[in-house]
Design a binder for this molecule. Structure first.
Ligand SMILES: C[S@@+](CC[C@H](N)C(=O)[O-])C[C@H]1O[C@@H](n2cnc3c(N)ncnc32)[C@H](O)[C@@H]1O
Length: 331
């Protein structure tokens, strides 16, 4: 046996990584990071939270050991990143988004799902809206959009619209509508439409009002597969939505084409799936849960691109932002 030469570290590292994640999620659920904006003792945290001081200390020391927080003498404090992303006092708090995504993409009970197969009802309807809580997703993801999606969008649109301005913008399946809202702010003469299904549209209505843009942006409720999405648009933002039109892809793309003015553009954000569905791993894993449950939605980028070209679009610009592929198509 020469297997002593092999290393099992990769496997044991997964066990440790899993424990670290569990610890992190518990700290978020207990909202520990919000207590640590300034240096604070165990007694003070226990007093504030009413948590058990003994076990609080064990938890905090474990968090220090994996560098998620810092300890100075007998006091604990957030790291700079922790204060920015994980404390509820920060406008960029992403703790709820992380917890929600973790739950939505949970791989608990994967064994039974592999043994017994998908849920027949889900496989038959194949509708993301019936599986995901898009209303909660739209709410909790607002900080993520402001952190990572707005800047690439505005930069690219400013490059495209150097001498002119778009006059009508659609954020289709816009969730909170943050991207459409910020694009309308960047082009002050533009009118906007955020199209969403009725339940989710309340989140967009809230954000439009919060930004005092009711006079320029309309929230339109409906199903983008079946209902009219309007027309006369110069820009359509289609961020993270095209997979939900998988079963109607060509008709859906034709609908987008018809809704645009001549030379109008689509800002399309996809997951960049390879045709063999082996990449990108982070996103493959993220969608695994709902696909084990029975959904079959994912579209490889090549399939999307071919369908766009076949409908008469030309690829105008492309970019990458984190895990996402950004493509701008022109009519
Ligand atoms: C992954 S989210 C993306 C949200 C937002 N565009 C973003 O980038 O954060 C997909 C969105 O598409 C919406 N959606 C899915 N199918 C839809 C349909 N048939 N009609 C209207 N909206 C739909 C969902 O409600 C959800 O808000």
């Amino acid at each position: 046996m020469n297997n002593k030469k092999l290393t099992a570290n990769t496997y044991y590292k997964m066990v440790t990584d899993h424990r670290e994640s569990q610890l992190f999620f518990s700290a978020l659920k207990l909202d520990i990071f919000s207590c640590l904006d300034n240096r604070i003792s165990i007694e003070e945290i226990a007093d504030k939270t009413k948590y058990n001081p003994r076990n609080l200390k064990l938890l905090l020391n474990a968090l220090v050991s994996i560098h998620l927080i810092e300890k100075h003498q007998d006091q604990y404090v957030n790291t700079e990143e922790g204060k920015f992303y994980l404390s509820k006092s920060s406008e960029y708090y992403i703790g709820d988004a992380i917890l929600f995504r973790n739950e939505m993409m949970s791989l608990d009970n994967i064994e039974n799902r592999v043994k017994f197969g998908p849920d027949k009802i889900i496989a038959d309807h194949n509708q993301g809206q019936k599986v995901y809580d898009f209303t909660k997703l739209a709410k909790v993801c607002i900080p993520e959009i402001y952190l990572w999606r707005i800047e690439p969008l505005i930069n690219l649109m400013n490059k495209i619209y150097q001498d002119t301005e778009p006059s009508k913008i659609l954020d289709l399946g816009g969730g909170s509508g943050a991207m459409g809202i910020e694009l309308c702010k960047a082009f002050p003469n533009a009118k906007g439409v955020i199209f969403e299904e009725p339940k989710v549209s309340v989140v967009a209505e809230y954000l439009v009002s919060k930004n005092n843009l009711n006079s320029r942006i309309t929230v339109q409720k409906g199903d983008f597969i079946k209902d009219d999405i309007g027309n006369g648009y110069d820009i359509i933002i289609a961020s993270g939505i095209i997979d939900f039109a998988k079963d109607h892809l060509n008709n859906f793309i034709k609908k987008l084409y018809d809704a645009l003015n001549k030379n109008g553009i689509i800002y399309l954000i996809t997951h960049g799936f390879s045709e063999d569905y082996l990449e990108p791993s982070e996103t493959i894993l993220g969608w695994l849960s709902s696909h084990l449950d029975g959904l079959d939605l994912l579209l490889p980028d090549k399939v999307i691109q071919d369908a766009m070209m076949a409908s008469g679009f030309r690829l105008y610009k492309q970019d990458k932002s984190g895990n996402h592929s950004i493509k701008v198509y022109q009519k």
